[in-house]
Design a binder for this molecule. Structure first.
Ligand code: ZN
Length: 145
């Protein structure tokens, strides 16, 4: 199982999915992990309820790229509420080692192996914090409208 997970990370790290940018995203954010030098931009397009498109571009280690790639696959087509739920579940699983077995993280579970390497956790969570920050920008903008 562990080997399978490693293959998945290497595959996504080498050939990240949804690796592109949006010309006019609903929201976007840049993330940087100085510990490792990972840097990426996340672009989100949504209609206020549902995430219709999400993609990213950047440079970094295999784990940061694989995590961003898996993120785009996990949240694309989901409601914003569900996407935030996935963020919370994933973040808790990585930082607290808490895995809610009633909720299936799917391929994201491949990344949970890095939980035992604290410096790599930052690589795995970078895309997620960046994604969350992009969504939060939307909120502040919406509330002032
Ligand atoms: Zn990294």
């Amino acid at each position: 199982m562990q080997e399978l997970y490693q293959e998945l990370i290497i595959d996504h790290g080498k050939r990240p999915r949804n690796y592109r940018r949006l010309a006019a995203p609903t929201c976007s954010h840049e993330g940087y992990n100085p510990l490792c030098g990972d840097r990426l931009n996340i672009y989100v397009e949504h209609d206020g309820t549902c995430i219709t498109d999400v993609c990213f571009q950047g440079e970094g280690c295999a784990i940061s790229m694989a995590s961003a790639s898996l993120l785009t696959q996990a949240v694309k087509g989901q409601s914003i509420v569900r996407a935030e739920e996935i963020f919370t579940l994933f973040h808790q699983a990585l930082t607290l080692g808490k895995v809610d077995m009633t909720d299936d993280l799917g391929k994201l579970e491949a990344l949970l192996g890095v939980a035992q390497y604290p410096t790599r956790v930052k690589c795995a969570t970078l895309a997620w914090h960046t994604f969350k920050a992009a969504l939060d920008c939307r909120k502040s903008r919406v509330s002032t409208e």
